[in-house]
Design a protein around this ligand. Sequence first.
Ligand SMILES: *Cc1c(COP(=O)(O)O)cnc(C)c1O
Length: 836
Amino acid sequence: MQTLPTPPSGSVQIEDDRTGLSIETLKRAFLDNLFYIQGKFPALASKNDYYMALAYTVRDRLLRRWLNTAETYTNTQARTVCYLSAEFLMGPHLGNNLINLGIYDQINQAMTELGLDLNELLQQEEEPGLGNGGLGRLAACYLDSLATLEIPALGYGIRYEFGIFDQEIRDGWQVEITDKWLRYGNPWEIARPDWAVEVKYGGHTESFIDEHGNYRVRWVPFKVVKGLPYDTPILGYKVNTANTLRLWSAEATESFDFGAFNSGDYFGAVHQKSNSENISKVLYPNDEQYQGKVLRLEQQMFFVSCSLQDMIRILQMQNMSLEKFPEKFSVQLNDTHPAIAVAELMRLLMDEHGMQWDNAWNITTRTFGYTNHTLLPEALERWPLKLFSELLPRHIEIIYEINRRFLDDVRIKFPDDPGRLSRLSLIDESGEKYVRMANLACVGSSAINGVAALHSELVKQTVLKDFYDMYPEKFTNVTNGVTPRRFVVLSNPRMTSLITSKIGDNWIKHLDELRRIEQFADDPGFRYEFRQIKQAIKQDLANHIKSETDVEVDPSSLFDIQVKRIHEYKRQHLNALHIIHLYNRIKANPSAEITPRTFLFGGKAAPGYYMAKLIIKFINSIGEVVNRDPDVAGRLKVVFLKDYNVKFAQRVYPAADLSEQISTAGKEASGTGNMKFSMNGALTIGTLDGANVEIREEVGAENFFLFGLTTEEVAAKKAAGYRPIDYYESNNDLRQVIDRIASGFFSHGDTGLFRPLVDNLLHKDEYLLLADYQSYIDCQEQVSQAYRNWDHWTRMSILNTARMGKFSSDRSIRDYCQNIWKVQPVPIELKDYTQS
Ligand SMILES: *Cc1c(COP(=O)(O)O)cnc(C)c1O
């Protein structure tokens, strides 16, 4: 494969080489973009103008790779992965593109020579927050790895006008601010209006016999919405492959010669037109919580239908027959959000392309794979039948027919088992009727996977047990991963240089090679440097905290960090109980030996999730008391950092000494934050949940702080009638912690504020905080002791980084390619279009 030549600098070459990489050419291109795109000269330019000029300068250098990639895929009719996801939490593009293009240093120098600070320009980027948390970030990491591994791939999703809200903290409470990420324009996307498609909703169906004598169905919709694709290039690391993220934006159709308009209701029709644009207006801000709103189903149908129609267009453009659909495309459903794709592909093949049922079903089931992301019952998507049928009258017919045939198969395999039939049915008929999206995804896919070894086992034993009995061969595991380009190279340049100085830079693409730094874990010089780097990063974060919150934290204290969505199952409040325990200890004995700690929290709560919002207030209230109490000064600090997003994540993971991964066993499907921390040398305190199990296996039990009940013990405890109050009554220390909260000590004497939290813990405690309390406190004491021996701590920290190879998303993607997608790399050669 070729790489771009670096021309000598000089005015003649500049003219010939618009997208060259010499410092002079970069500076000239940057100033050109400032002038011709932003319409500014330096004296008038704002920081944002400079950011935009730089973004366009970088984008220009992506385009040749992007077009070469598209052309190669077209010419070779390459088998392509289509990753369907309602969320893509991409984070800022500029820094990542600089890393993947391999021009970070050149751009840095060019900016410096122009008197600009690259870091300031990087901070200027408004990140596309088109996701809630782990699931959306996973999709983004997978796009990076697909491109890096040179796999032909398309990401398909929704171009929300408003992504996840910006979080502010006022008086300790979360306040949501709309995320106007497109305010200043988005330099990374290109609209493709010529590939717009239409999506139908509502109305009714009519059957007829076509000219060949076949039974056909016509859908007469109530409304039609246009989907407009916006493409963003996704460049791999130091390869020529640039895949596409294609996000759909909803627009009104130009003509409306149907429905309301025909009935003479002109105003109603125009009103409906403006309503169509609402479909891609805003991301639903719930993580792990299903919300049965019509607009949400409209969103799902919208991006799924647009994407499948787009795939058919690509197939036809390449002169391939529809029969070839499953050979051309492998389509992955990221959770059940896109599961309607099973019915929609059937409809497109039969109603729009005249195919018969059996053929269409064969194509459909060979096309899809389904990834399950959660075991929480409140997250399982099921649509009220009435709502579903009114919005998608044709799809419900298709789903009934899929169900009829499927249940016949079940009866053959399991005769006389009506309980099984009702559990497996695509329609829940136990009370009010619902369409079960996970069941649809399972029946319509040839592969079903969980996202960590433990989770994949639990999927088979619990939520999808009946499907496992029916189709054991469909089930597999793919443990999640994260991209080391964004979460190590870009976010931790100092550690990256240190590692590279010892073992070269091959590890960036082959993360298993990090094992080669194990040999330096016992080298005092290396340990010293590793620790100095961690200290410097902590100092940076301390400065950031000071400027954001005015709280001073000591960078030599243990940085104990929990950043993730706020959820009761993730147990941020268990972490909070530990803080109160330490506080009580110091108050009872001011000379107690306590390892100084800084507790950092970050994360958004779903706006309608009352208990999660109360937990944010709780943490802030503890911080208010602890941070100003002179008795604990120098030993404890508690800070809740607002607006946890990808940009902030990149800053915070490298600064951690201790990573809090303390969910109730059996509740966290995988976690990926756990991996980002550990790659950056944090030690984990965690339960045997999700990927923690595999992280512990890799880094070694002696380098991991384990506590808490196992999944089986949790289940047994619940089955035996768990009584949290018994723990409260029998544990003095725990009782003092709970009583201090209940007394109003952290709420200016208000005993009502945290009562819902206290009552819940004492009388319900669904997530077993009290059962795990003592084990957690004891384990935290071990952490404190271990941190006192910094030499040994650093050794464990180095071993964590060294042994994280398995958790590169490159490994996850290789697993998907081999076991599920059956797709091969297609390397891209560089051709120069500008010369022809
Ligand atoms: C990695 C990441 C997550 C997922 O974190 P978990 O600890 O696995 O829940 C959520 N949000 C952002 C911004 C992330 O980068």
